[in-house]
Design a protein around this ligand. Structure first.
Ligand code: IPE
Ligand code: IPE
Ligand code: MG
Length: 249
């Protein structure tokens, strides 16, 4: 790690208020490839190294939960060649990283409509989740075939089924009940959202859970993102004043 990386990490840890849960919209792979006259999948391939970086950085900084947006429901509308390349990369990522993730006590969970994945990708993610289930150092949520509106709709449907079956009264449907039926059930909301490549939008990511997250947008394209960029984002977060609608006295 560069000395500035070491210094930043020390500053992050000394401050103490490390965000427990960081969500990331990993964007800019296509532009990274385009800038090098490479096909878009080459950008996705390069983006895998940045996933390793953020996991390492998160472990060093003491982040408890990382939720990474890897593939959206809307991304199914991309050209089939790009989708095929992304699915192959997912399998490659799992084959390459699963031992290391397990050794580092990282618990991996997949959030999204995994039924839509190819059988091979589905088998790989199921295996990865089972093999890392005991990890206690970091929870790594990979959002794949994920869309926030459909996640919330799914939660509403699950709650409606409980009500229809007479197991719950309509008046008992609270925010907590709805949250308990999201993919993120049991996890605290993200404290910090990072989006790379400079785009200022949520793109249907964690619409419920990000209600009070601090936003950090960096122009860095995802394949260029390193742990040092993560530490910079955390330092920025540490200087924020979170009010949650109150007046601070
Ligand atoms: C993010 O990079 C990865 C996915 C959405 C799968 P993009 O592929 O969106 O890259 P840009 O936005 O075109 O540069
Ligand atoms: C959001 O990025 C999805 C992921 C990073 C996986 P997109 O590149 O798909 O978002 P838009 O289309 O620019 O909003
Ligand atoms: Mg994009």
């Amino acid at each position: 790690m560069s000395s500035s990386g070491d210094e930043l990490l020390t500053a992050v840890r000394l401050h103490g208020r490390v965000p427990a849960h960081i969500a990331v919209i990993m964007d800019g792979n296509g532009r990274w490839a385009q800038a090098r006259d490479l096909p878009r999948p080459a950008g996705h391939q390069a983006g895998m190294a940045a996933v390793r970086e953020i996991v390492e950085g998160g472990l060093h900084a003491g982040v408890e939960i990382l939720t990474l947006f890897a593939f959206s429901q809307e991304n199914w509308q991309r050209p089939p060649e790009e989708i095929d390349a992304l699915m192959s990369l997912l399998e490659e990522y799992i084959a390459r990283e699963s031992d290391e993730l397990k050794a580092q006590a990282v618990r991996v969970r997949i959030l999204g409509e995994i039924e839509r994945l190819s059988p091979a990708a589905r088998t790989a993610v199921d295996r990865l989740m089972a093999e890392t289930a005991e990890g206690t150092a970091l929870t790594l949520n990979l959002c794949i075939s994920y869309g926030a509106r459909s996640e919330i709709t799914r939660a509403a449907r699950l709650v409606a089924e409980e009500v229809a079956a007479g197991r719950r009264l309509p008046a008992e449907v609270t925010e907590e009940v709805l949250a308990a039926n999201l993919y993120t059930a049991g996890l605290p909301d993200p404290d910090l959202l990072i989006r790379t490549s400079g785009e200022l939008r949520l793109s249907n990511f964690l619409l419920w859970q990000l209600a009070y997250a601090e936003f950090y947008v960096t122009p860095v394209l995802w394949p260029d993102f390193t742990r040092v960029h993560l530490f910079e984002a955390i330092r920025d977060y540490q200087n924020r004043e979170r009010r949650f609608g109150r007046v601070l006295v």
